[in-house]
Ligand binder design. Structure first.
Ligand SMILES: [Zn+2]
Length: 242
C-alpha cells in the first residue's frame, strides 16, 4: 500500500442501494403521496454477493440506505453475509429494525443537518411516520453505534453544524425544533463525532481541535458556530499554532 505517512487510508466499499428523499427515490415500505415506493438500485441478491466479497477481501462495507425498505434490505444483507459495517444515512427506519443495528454491530452513519434541510420533504413524503425519520435517539437507544457526519459536499463540511442539528433539531431561523425527542445530548454528539475518544493521553492518535469555549457549557448559538483556536492532524498543527 502506498505510503501516505500514516495519513492515507483505504475507506469502505460504498454501495448505494436506493436514492434520496427529495427526489422521492428513497426506497420505502409505504408509497409516496405521488405514487411509487422509490428505487432499489441494487437487488437484495446482488447486495448479499457484494457484502460476501467485501468480507472475503477485508473491506468494510458502507451501504447507502435512506428509505425504510432500503434499510430493511441492508440489514437483511448484513445479517446473511455475517459481516459488520456501516449503513450510510439511515434516514428512515422501521421501528422493528432499530435494535437490529446494535445486534449486528453496525454503525449508523448519519448526517443530522439533513434532518433540518429536509424536514418539509419528510413531513410531506413520510406524513404520519416522521417519528422514525432521522431517528438519532431511537438508533442510539437501541444499541447502534452512531457516527455523525456532514455528507459534504451535499451539506457544508462543518462538524459543529452537524452536532448543533443533532442536539437542538433546530436552526436559529425562528422555526421550532423538529422532533426534538430524537435529539442527542452534547456529550453524545461529541462522542459520535470523535469515534468515541473522549480523552487523550500520550501516544494516542493526535487529530485534535482546540476550542475557545467548553462545548459542554457553551450556549446553543456558540455551539453551532464553535470558535476553533487550532487543529492538529497526526500531531502537527494544520490551523493556528502555539
Ligand atoms: Zn450516500
Amino acid at each position: 500500500m502506498a505510503d501516505g505517512a500514516g495519513l492515507l487510508r483505504v475507506g469502505p466499499l460504498k454501495v448505494l442501494i436506493d436514492g434520496s428523499l427529495n427526489t422521492r427515490t428513497a426506497y420505502c415500505v409505504d408509497p409516496y403521496p405521488h405514487g411509487g415506493h422509490g428505487l432499489l438500485t441494487v437487488s437484495a441478491t446482488e447486495l448479499l454477493d457484494l457484502l460476501v466479497r467485501a468480507r472475503e477481501s477485508g473491506f468494510v462495507p458502507a451501504v447507502h440506505a435512506i428509505g425504510d425498505a432500503a434499510n430493511e434490505v441492508a440489514l437483511d444483507a448484513f445479517a446473511a453475509a455475517g459481516i459488520t459495517g456501516r449503513i450510510e444515512h439511515a434516514q428512515f427506519v422501521r421501528s422493528q429494525d432499530f435494535a437490529r443495528f446494535g445486534g449486528l454491530g453496525l454503525t449508523a452513519s448519519v448526517q443530522p443537518a439533513h434532518a433540518l434541510d429536509d424536514r418539509d420533504a419528510a413531513d410531506s413524503n413520510w406524513a404520519g411516520r416522521t417519528d422514525r425519520a432521522f431517528p438519532l435517539r431511537s438508533l442510539l437507544a437501541a444499541g447502534a453505534t452512531l457516527a455523525l457526519g456532514s455528507d459534504a459536499p451535499v451539506a457544508a463540511l462543518e462538524p459543529w453544524t452537524a452536532m448543533s442539528a443533532a442536539t437542538t433539531r433546530s436552526r436559529p431561523d425562528g422555526r421550532g425544533p423538529w422532533h426534538p425527542e430524537q435529539a442527542l445530548t452534547r456529550q453524545e454528539a461529541l462522542t459520535a463525532s470523535t469515534r468515541g475518544r473522549g480523552t487523550v493521553r500520550a501516544g494516542d492518535p493526535a487529530d485534535l481541535a482546540v476550542l475557545d469555549v467548553d462545548p459542554l457549557a457553551a450556549s446553543d448559538a456558540e455551539f453551532a458556530a464553535m470558535p476553533v483556536a487550532a487543529t492538529l492532524v497526526a500531531g502537527r498543527f494544520t490551523y493556528g499554532a502555539f
